[in-house]
Design a protein around this ligand. Structure first.
Ligand code: FAD
Length: 483
């Protein structure tokens, strides 16, 4: 079999996205995936009329790259949209009760979630001067701009829930790049958001929340089956080395040990696996990758008869601030979002347990998880029956934590990569964890590889694969201190 131009190690959505964009440009690409199926963390399962997701359950898109990919793969036709207003209501737990989370300024001013003092502090935001530093945490950034209540009753639950992270440690530039950019550009989040809203009315892509009729596996399966992408299931990369014209990769495949050469090599495995592969070449790069922490997370899927739940289920679900002292970070009302994911008359819920807030929950056995979930949901949602079905997904390393001097780490990694032309990193520890971000980042990397292969700008192949977005100025000395 002929050698490809590019090898991608890791067949999760990050690696598959890079491969898909390369294939669109007519570049021969091979994806090595150690599992027997594509998708990595993403896996949809169907049982008795229920459809559950092991990881991503939906996409929130506003990027043209994603729209282009879905149109080209014809996945557009399989899209299942989340219902719009008023179903996009979210709740927050406050003092053991579900309180609607205000989505507009008027609602916020009337909401019982916030004190008068907290509301007044929010209104002062446009008058807060620019500030911050590259290592500023999410908590520091939000308190500085919006006040403590905004952190505790808005930002913290969103960081602890969807990102499984801890705002006291998460780097604001890495986790909230758009908000940080608004401050830098307009001097105020409120002013910046206002300007963006006006621009959006003038034709920017609309925000859509959706999945696919076959679940999120439809996406990764379609990418892996793309003509031009050679997907090698059951193939584990074990060794890589640079050659005169690119890279040599050795590994075990279902046909035995195998070696392949390519001009470019993309590592899309999680950071610890990438670290193990690069260690013999570059111990510093391996050390930096190994230093990336991951949060453990469990998804407890519960199915009930509709009659067992008193809550009207008029929204997406709820998030739990840490002030409530629960190990539960949130609950998605899956069958309200996607009615076809549960049989008629039944309700499917997905509870997110643990994360950086409560890593010890990974030691719980299944009975403990179910007992705890039922005890939390009972009073919050008015449930007084046992679940009819339960599925539990455990992720020991669910999501990378963009904690500490994260931008310094990425800059240091980028410097190391500068010594290894043709070696690239593309995974969710760099540039965002969402499926949307992975597709957009895959596009950017594929463009760089394409340019390098075309030889039109040879120097670009020596540069790091991509830069953290946005890349604030970070001094070498401040980085060395913090890593
Ligand atoms: C519980 C949970 C819920 C989520 N919900 C959402 C959501 O609703 N919306 C959203 O947008 N995002 C969501 N995410 C985030 C998103 O699912 C992930 O960030 C994304 O799927 C990660 O993709 P990846 O390709 O970077 O990594 P992975 O999916 O981990 O893929 C890496 C792949 O590399 C392979 N590999 C490792 N080592 C080797 C080797 N040596 N050789 C060959 N292959 C190797 C692995 O087998 C794996 O398949 C969620 C994540 C979790 C955990």
């Amino acid at each position: 079999m002929s050698n490809p131009d590019v090898i991608v190690v890791g067949g999760g959505v990050s690696g598959l996205s890079v491969a898909w964009w390369l294939a669109q440009a007519g570049i021969a690409v091979e994806v090595w995936e150690q599992d027997a199926r594509p998708g990595g963390k993403i896996l949809t399962r169907e049982a008795d009329g229920y459809l559950t997701e092991r990881a991503a359950s939906m996409m929130l898109n506003f990027r043209p790259e994603v729209s282009q990919m879905l149109a080209s793969t014809r996945l557009d036709a399989a899209k299942v949209m989340c219902p719009g207003t008023p179903q996009d209501q979210r709740y927050l737990v406050q003092d053991g009760r579900l309180v609607p989370f205000p989505l507009r300024l008027g609602e916020l001013m009337l909401s019982p979630l916030w004190s008068v003092r907290g509301k007044l502090r929010l209104l002062l935001e446009p008058f807060v001067p620019r500030g911050g530093h590259p290592d500023e945490t999410v908590s520091e950034f939000i308190i500085r701009r919006l006040g403590r209540e905004a952190l505790e009753k808005a930002m913290e639950p969103f960081i602890a829930g969807p990102l499984a992270s801890d705002p006291d440690q998460a780097n604001a530039h890495a986790v909230l790049p758009r908000l940080v950019a608004l401050e830098r550009r307009y001097g105020s989040l409120a002013l910046g958001a206002g300007v963006h809203q006006i621009l959006q009315r003038r034709g920017a892509p609309v925000r859509e929340m959706f999945s696919f009729s076959g679940g999120m596996s439809s996406l990764v399966e379609a990418l892996a089956a793309t003509p031009g992408v050679r997907f090698r299931a059951g193939s584990t990369a074990t060794q890589l080395e640079p050659t005169e014209s690119g890279w040599r990769l050795v590994g075990s495949t279902p046909d035995g040990d195998y070696m392949v050469r390519a001009r470019h090599l993309v590592l899309s495995a999680p950071a610890p696996a990438a670290a193990a592969l690069v260690h013999p070449l570059d111990t510093e790069l391996a050390r930096l990758l190994r230093g990336i922490g991951y949060a453990p997370l469990m998804v407890v899927h519960l199915a009930f008869d509709r009659s067992a739940i008193r809550q009207p289920l008029d929204g997406l679900g709820f998030l739990v601030p840490r002030l409530e002292r629960l190990q539960l970070t949130g609950c998605q009302w899956i069958s309200s979002l996607f009615p076809c994911r549960a049989p008629r008359g039944k309700v499917l819920l997905a509870c997110y347990v643990g994360g950086a807030r409560a890593p010890e929950t990974m030691d719980w056995d299944d009975d403990q998880c179910i007992e705890a979930a039922v005890a939390w949901l009972g009073p919050l949602m008015g449930i007084d029956a046992a679940p009819e079905r339960v599925w539990i997904d455990r992720h020991e390393r669910a999501l990378p934590l963009y904690h500490g001097a994260y931008l310094c780490r990425l800059h240091a990694i980028a410097r190391c990569l500068g010594s290894w032309p043709g070696l690239h990193l593309a995974a969710n520890y760099w540039g965002g964890v969402s499926v949307r971000d992975r597709i957009v980042r895959g596009f950017a990397l594929a463009q760089r590889i394409r340019t390098a292969l075309a030889g039109s700008r040879l120097s670009s192949s020596l540069a790091p694969a991509f830069h953290p977005c946005p890349a604030p100025s970070v001094t070498r000395s401040s980085c060395q201190e913090s890593l």
